[in-house]
Design a protein around this ligand. Structure first.
Ligand code: C2E
Ligand code: MG
Ligand code: MG
Length: 393
């Protein structure tokens, strides 16, 4: 597609294109980096123009938006995506397809009410459809978008933040938004191989997504080198030309029927679990330290910190009892379970005691136990990491 060769189409040309059904969806697969399987696709609009050219959205979407036509386009494309979900379900019942929307689509509430009727009418399950919205657009329309995202969430529709890394969201704002995934912008992914600083941007975005309870998805993955680095960071999904270019629905269905399997490993997730466990220990120590300094008084903010600590433990446990279970055939994986569960109990007990105003001096045995459990978990996870590395070779 050579966008620059074409003049910007007029609003009336776009209206005609809509009437003639020339706007069609292409589908680009998303791969799970933990299993190597396809999970679904992103729907991307194309214009099959009267001269048999396939025009990219950058040629006509800006004009469509400026002329107030984008919303009509989204409504039409939503219908197409729902139909695609129905067809794809026959060969891949677990798949979901994501649709890109603009803030105005959400603000007008037409899209959410149409999705709601599709769900209540039984055309689709909420898990089959996802919504993508770009980071910068969200941040420019924060309050209104936030309300609509909550509505979509209440229907069970997952919302993905698109182009993460381009919109300057603060962690505070991010944690307020009900996103289920962060899609790392393709520029961020492309730069990842050019410096260790850029690689760290990807690593920390992946870690932050996990801490916020969100999935990380890398877009614009063009090479095996990028793909492998993403596995090593613990990123969970990838999308890009290395896997496949966007394609018409029938080709996407053929692609899925071939049941392609891509490289995968949980080695990056295991490493993240190590961090989550250490962070949990640190949050428990913080409570102990501040209680000691405050002469037995625990600050309310630390109660919250403790809850955040519980979240970290939960992240490690969430992985352990979720995707991690694929590794349950490894001894070192199973060795994590007992100390993980004990650590959680110890953390809860410590918190209870300190909240009740018990002296920190009485907690030293428990604190030693916390250290022992942490060490046991971390060393089992490190053994597992080495085993997984060997599996890769
Ligand atoms: P996006 O949602 O971030 O979509 C990803 C874009 O990256 C797509 O461009 C896709 O074709 C392209 N891409 C995917 N993998 C690679 C890769 O490995 N390398 C490179 N260089 N590019 C890759 P596309 O289809 O031209 O879409 C551009 C943007 O237009 C989309 O960015 C999205 O913001 C918007 N868009 C596309 N379809 C729709 C739609 O149906 N509705 C709305 N509102 N916006 C759409
Ligand atoms: Mg997108
Ligand atoms: Mg994107």
């Amino acid at each position: 597609m050579q966008n620059t060769l074409y003049n910007t189409p007029s609003a009336s040309q776009i209206v005609k294109a809509l009437e003639r059904d020339e706007l069609v969806m292409y589908y680009q697969p998303k791969v799970c980096l933990l299993t190597g399987n396809i999970l679904g696709a992103e729907a991307l609009v194309r214009w099959n123009d009267p001269h048999s050219r396939v025009l990219s959205p950058s040629v006509f979407l800006p004009q469509a938006e400026a002329s107030g036509l984008l919303h009509d386009i989204t409504v039409k494309l939503l219908d197409d995506v729902v139909e695609a979900c129905v067809q794809v379900r026959r060969c891949a019942p677990e798949f979901s397809i994501s649709l890109n929307v603009a803030p105005n689509d959400l603000i007008s509430q037409t899209i959410s009410s149409r999705i709601s009727s599709y769900i209540s009418g039984g055309s689709i399950e909420p898990s089959e459809l996802q919504i993508e919205i770009t980071e910068s657009m969200v941040m420019d329309n924060f309050d209104v978008v936030l309300d609509e995202l909550a509505v979509l969430n209440s229907m069970g529709i997952k919302v993905l933040m698109d182009d993460f890394g381009t919109g300057y969201s603060s962690i505070d704002r991010l944690s307020q938004m009900p996103f289920s995934a962060l899609k790392l912008d393709q520029g961020v992914v492309r730069r990842m191989t050019t410096s260790s600083q850029n690689l760290n941007t990807v690593r920390s975005s992946v870690a932050m997504a996990r801490e916020l309870g969100m999935t990380s998805i890398a877009e614009g993955v063009e090479s095996i080198e990028q793909y492998n680095i993403l596995i090593a960071t613990g990123c969970e999904q990838a999308q890009g030309f290395y896997i496949s270019k966007p394609m018409p629905l029938n080709q996407f269905i053929d692609f899925v029927k071939d049941d392609p399997v891509f490289p995968s490993s949980q080695v990056g997730c295991v490493h993240q679990a190590v961090f989550n466990v250490l962070r949990y220990r640190k949050s428990l120590l913080d409570i102990a330290v501040c209680t000691a300094l405050g002469k037995g008084k625990i600050a309310p903010s630390l109660t919250e910190a403790r809850n955040a600590g519980a979240e970290h433990a939960f992240r490690a446990a969430e992985w352990y009892y979720g995707d991690g279970q694929l590794l349950s055939y490894h001894d070192s994986f199973r060795a994590v379970e007992a100390p993980l569960s004990k650590l959680n109990d110890l953390g809860n007990a410590l918190h209870r005691e300190l909240i009740a105003g018990r002296d920190i001096n009485g907690q030293s045995a428990r604190l030693r136990e916390i250290d022992r459990c942490t060490t046991d978990i971390v060393s089992a996870l490190q053994r597992l990491e080495s085993v997984l590395l060997i599996e890769l070779t």
